[in-house]
Design a binder for this molecule. Sequence first.
Ligand SMILES: CNc1ncnc2c1ncn2[C@@H]1O[C@H](/C=C/CNC(=O)c2cc(-c3ccc(F)cc3)cc(O)c2O)[C@H](F)[C@H]1O
Ligand SMILES: [Mg+2]
Length: 214
Amino acid sequence: TRSTRPQRLLKVVQKRATRGDPQSVISAVDHFCRHSEWAMNVGDEKGSILDSVVSELSPEKVLELGTYCGYSTVRIARLLPPGARLITLEFNADYAAIARQVIAWAGLEDKVQLVEGASEDWIPRMKEHYGIETFDFVFLDHWKDRYLPDTKLMEDCGLLRKGTVLLADNVICPGFPDYLEYVRNSLSYKSCYFKSHLKYTKAEDGLEKSVFLG
Ligand SMILES: CNc1ncnc2c1ncn2[C@@H]1O[C@H](/C=C/CNC(=O)c2cc(-c3ccc(F)cc3)cc(O)c2O)[C@H](F)[C@H]1O
Ligand SMILES: [Mg+2]
């Protein structure tokens, strides 16, 4: 049977990228998406905004919602300080299998814990299963109608602390109006919008950075 897009993306990574070199993995995926097939990863333009937020924060404990093929996982993990940990949640087994191999090809498996399961099931288990007190940084990039319920769930589970940064992909396209209204109007968040473009196109998109105020 015909291969899937994630399988083709992995082949390009293994063909064009150097094992253990995260930057070459990022470039290989960008090349694949720009020249061969469109895929729903954050892309290079928004990716560099993600890079600057992570570099400035230097977070120890990171949560990513929606691994997909691991592109943003690699972008984040490559910038983490020694000893820092990234937990990424992905409930599609096929995507998780591809992402594991992409993360391993980048040589970042020691920093990344890919959990195959649903965010709503695993957010409540973060403390007892992974010994997480609170997260320093959360990247939201899963189903758009799940950003708000999962953010409220993280609040309820006490996983956010004063200063925790939430960064959400796709403010415009596909968009998540309910989450945006919440973080922009809630007294518990200080929110700002990083305008960008939908990867490799002229269409506007952006990232919403929201700091939890406790
Ligand atoms: C609900 N709980 C979940 N738990 C674990 N993994 C999950 C969960 N929910 C989804 N996943 C997992 O997270 C991923 C889902 C990513 C969804 N992303 C997008 O749809 C998305 C779409 C566009 C887009 C833009 C323009 C256009 F014309 C068409 C598409 C751009 C983007 O940057 C996106 O991120 C994965 F697929 C799913 O298994
Ligand atoms: Mg996205």
